[in-house]
Ligand binder design. Structure first.
Ligand code: X2X
Length: 339
């Protein structure tokens, strides 16, 4: 009897110390990387995720936001590698910024694949989204939820753009996936890849004439004040965000805390999508009205005009479909057709 009590006490003691050890392996801070800061829905999503995690884990997991990709010197195309290397613990990232490392993520950047919000949702919330999440997990990054930067529209300081010919020779800042270089070259423009950090001074100094980003970014970054007075709504690329945690960090947490982080990501993601669409989607065009009020000429393409852009970029679409994987692209096209 005495002996049994002793064994039980030792076992309990071991359990207690294992519990304490799990506690002490938690770090005092986990680093969350985003590209845009809290003036934008993207950075706000980061703040919200951190807040919800703190609440749901009673402060056990303390997340600090590093926006502007400050953990990788502002170079957003190095973010994915830095997550894998343990420099970044969590991220809300654009598929564009991770696509140099994860070729399947170029899917969303195929020009004119995704015509509307229903199509974007059909991809992220359906089989395609699941398959992309499985791809990320194989790369030691745990995907938890989808968010949204938005549909990327084109602006410039020179003239209205309604046809590819209007873009001829115009200098555009594009993001770091080579697919963007090829798309803008196919349209006759002169693209230059640079980070978002470098894009703003380049637009202000006139080193580049134009850029492409969602309307929420156009307004929050006040691009009209750096001469971006011509805006074309062409909806050529959907830009979703993905909430992730590095596998190493994920594995260091208890199952209950992992679930708390996942639920927090899902909630912050839903709120982020809502915010990213506010004043832009459906019948609510408040953001567009604001942009026009700041002296920007907005060009809405007719279906015929849009078709000319689609046609000019089709070779890029076909070429990159092979890189992404024809099966995945076909699945995406089918999901969009069925929406
Ligand atoms: O760099 C951009 O244009 C931005 C902020 O939209 C992304 O990170 C993809």
């Amino acid at each position: 009897m005495l002996r049994r009590t002793f064994v039980a006490a030792v076992a309990l003691g071991l359990l207690a110390s294992a519990g304490a050890q799990a506690q002490t392996t938690y770090r005092s801070e986990y680093r969350l990387s985003t590209t845009l800061g809290t003036a934008f829905p993207w950075g706000q999503a980061g703040e919200r995720w951190a807040e919800l995690v703190r609440e749901k884990t009673q402060g056990r997991i303390n997340i600090k936001l590093y926006s502007g990709n400050s953990l990788v010197g502002g170079d957003q195309t190095r973010e994915f590698t830095a997550i894998r290397q343990g420099v970044i613990d969590l991220s809300i990232g654009s598929t564009i910024n991770w696509s140099p490392q994860v070729k399947e993520l170029n899917l969303f950047s195929l020009p004119f694949l995704t015509p509307d919000y229903k199509a974007m949702d059909a991809l992220t919330q359906g089989e395609v989204g699941k398959e992309l999440f499985a791809t990320l997990e194989k790369r030691d990054v745990i995907p938890l939820a989808w968010g949204e930067n938005g549909f990327r529209e084109m602006s410039n300081s020179k003239r209205d753009i309604a046809t590819p010919a209007d873009m001829k020779g115009m200098k555009f800042r594009v993001v770091g996936s080579p697919l963007y270089n090829e798309t803008f070259s196919a349209l006759g423009a002169n693209p230059t890849q640079m980070s978002w950090a470098d894009a703003q001074p380049a637009l202000a100094s006139g080193a580049v004439d134009g850029q492409e980003n969602p309307l929420s970014v156009f307004t929050a970054a006040r691009l009209a004040t750096v001469g971006q007075k011509h805006l074309t709504l062409w909806h050529y690329v959907a830009d979703p965000l993905i909430f992730v945690v590095s596998k190493q960090v994920w594995n260091s947490w208890t199952p209950a805390d992992r679930e708390a982080v996942r639920q927090a990501a899902l909630q912050a993601g839903r709120e982020n999508v809502e915010k990213a669409r506010k004043g832009i989607a459906g019948n609510d065009n408040t953001v567009l009205k604001q942009i026009e009020a700041s002296g920007v000429k907005v060009t809405q393409l007719t279906p015929e005009q849009r078709a000319a852009f689609v046609q000019a970029t089709r070779p890029v679409y076909d070429k990159w479909s092979k890189t992404i994987g024809t099966d995945l692209v076909k699945k995406a096209e089918a999901a969009i057709a069925k929406r």
